[in-house]
Design a protein around this ligand. Structure first.
Ligand SMILES: [Zn+2]
Length: 183
């Protein structure tokens, strides 16, 4: 029996996707041309990477479900994981762009605050944070943690342990808060 509305989850997805696209557009103007080396991965490898991302999101979604017994997290977390890659859109359209402009700490802090203040659901803020960090732990290569302020790149793999801990910890908090919300 569903005793809650999926509307906040849909609103969160729209808000998150809009913010990813905003960061992608802003980064086109904010990044120095020398940093605009973002490309798409080789086309044949995209489906398997997307599957890995969805898989990571589903695992965390189920973890949150196990705690909260709320299905909306099982939808939201994998969606956030996939939507994060909308920041590759300029490259897909053939434009020069920086690498992964929304794979940024400034981005996730902004997204967290916006979900908490606009959707007014701290459990969904933590679910978004969880999806974002599991995405970063599945990706490989470089990312700009301070985009769109700086496009200095760092290796994702160097921070794998931190990303996994943040993803699981925020999933646990989301589940705990979600359980309280539904009572
Ligand atoms: Zn990515």
């Amino acid at each position: 029996m569903i005793r809650y509305s999926f509307t906040p989850v849909i609103q969160t997805m729209v808000l998150y996707a809009s913010l990813v696209l905003l960061f992608a557009v802003v980064s086109l103007y904010a990044s120095p041309p020398a940093s605009q080396t973002g490309t798409l991965r080789a086309l044949p490898t995209i489906p398997s990477h997307v599957l890995e991302l969805v898989g990571g999101g589903v695992v965390l979604g189920l973890l949150v479900y196990a705690i909260s017994r709320r299905l909306d997290f099982v939808l939201l977390i994998p969606s956030v994981v996939v939507l994060t890659d909308l920041d590759h859109l300029p490259a897909a359209l053939g434009l020069a762009q920086p690498i992964r402009p929304a794979h940024s700490i400034i981005f996730i802090v902004t997204a967290f605050i916006l979900v908490a203040t606009i959707i007014k659901r701290l459990d969904l803020s933590f679910a978004v944070m969880s999806g974002f960090f599991i995405h970063l732990s599945i990706d490989t290569g470089q990312f700009p943690p301070f985009s769109p302020l700086s496009f200095q790149y760092y290796q994702l793999g160097s921070y794998l342990g931190i990303f996994v801990v943040l993803a699981v910890a925020s999933a646990l908090v989301a589940g705990y808060l979600g359980r309280r919300t539904s009572k």
